[in-house]
Write a protein of this length. Sequence first.
Length: 113
Amino acid sequence: MRKILLAIEAHPHGHAPNRIDIDGYDQEAIQYHIFIMGEGDLLRVSKTTTMQSSSPSAIAHGLTWKGHEFVEAARQDTIWNRAKSLVGKAGAATLPVWMEALTKAAIEAMKGP
């Protein structure tokens, strides 16, 4: 999720690239995650799922306000890794839990060692 959002944010002029490639993930997995991030209001998307599709899919157009907030919170690797550690203790998490973990990790980083 983070890698997709960062790839879209890095693309010029606020638009998503025509194709997003993430090492270790096939296009079906990437398009599914784009689809669910559209459902979660992180991305502006066009749904491309058809009756022949093996899973839901979408094409990203750009980040929403919520998507920009998530990217900004998750940008730094140290904060992201700390948030993953916090969320990992729960096993799975919703977007609000991720945002809370990122906020907590950022506050810890500001306090220092």
